[in-house]
Unconditional design. Structure first.
Length: 227
């Protein structure tokens, strides 16, 4: 029990420190000092900072899984689901901003093991969504590759929407861009409001939905499913 508390203290301290920096710049002593433990004790829980980062990925995706589960459980008309999906994304970003900030920054960050862990988790979401989409009548006649691409489109849209909402609500420079790279304060504030982001996200999802309904219309006649 005590070991688990210490491990969690390391994760919590690291996540707090990562509010202002990337994982590649995070030092072991910095984390242990924030957690209030001796540096040597770190190695009882993680072999290195990269392993701690992978553990943070798993913890952060706990929040994302809850969000995705809620979206997947929604029934009803497609347009209704679209509206609620964006609301759910915004709600979870507000509840767990540190987790979403960490994932957004490290998805393309400098620590290979963490990038791979995030990619693997997102691929799991894609596979789950492929199952959902494959079972829907609108997917009749679609190839496995087409359904997979559609699932990736939805997952990527979710991540981009969450990141945009996070940037709008925190007022910090664009995630993945160091503050020193932002030329002016005016540039920092030249971003859409959360309401504008949410409205745009709903429109984007409706466009995806509309395109899906007419996707088979674009195929040559000999490639269309029989009716």
């Amino acid at each position: 029990m005590r070991k688990q508390r210490t491990r969690q203290a390391l994760l919590d301290s690291a996540l707090q420190l990562l509010e202002q920096q990337s994982l590649s710049s995070l030092g072991l002593r910095e984390v242990t000092r924030a957690a209030g433990i001796a540096p040597a004790a770190f190695y009882r829980h993680f072999p290195d900072i990269a392993a701690l980062g992978v553990a943070l990925v798993e913890e952060s995706f706990g929040s994302l899984r809850a969000m995705v589960r809620e979206i997947r459980a929604q029934g009803g008309d497609v347009d209704d689901v679209i509206g609620r999906s964006v609301d759910v994304i915004a709600e979870h970003v507000h509840e767990q901003p540190a987790h979403f900030r960490f994932l957004a920054r490290e998805r393309h960050g400098g620590v290979a093991a963490v990038r791979a862990a995030i990619a693997a988790e997102l691929d799991g979401f894609v596979r789950d969504l492929v199952e959902d989409l494959s079972a829907q009548p609108d997917s009749a006649g679609w190839s496995a590759t087409e359904i997979r691409i559609l699932a990736e489109l939805y997952v990527n849209h979710t991540m981009l929407t969450a990141t945009a909402i996070l940037e709008a609500t925190t007022g910090e420079p664009r995630l993945g861009v160091e503050p020193a790279d932002v030329e002016t304060r005016a540039d920092t504030h030249a971003r859409p409001s959360e309401q504008a982001i949410v409205e745009a996200a709903r429109m984007q999802l409706r466009l995806i939905s509309l395109g899906r309904r007419h996707w088979l219309d674009e195929r040559p006649h000999h490639q269309r499913p029989e009716t």
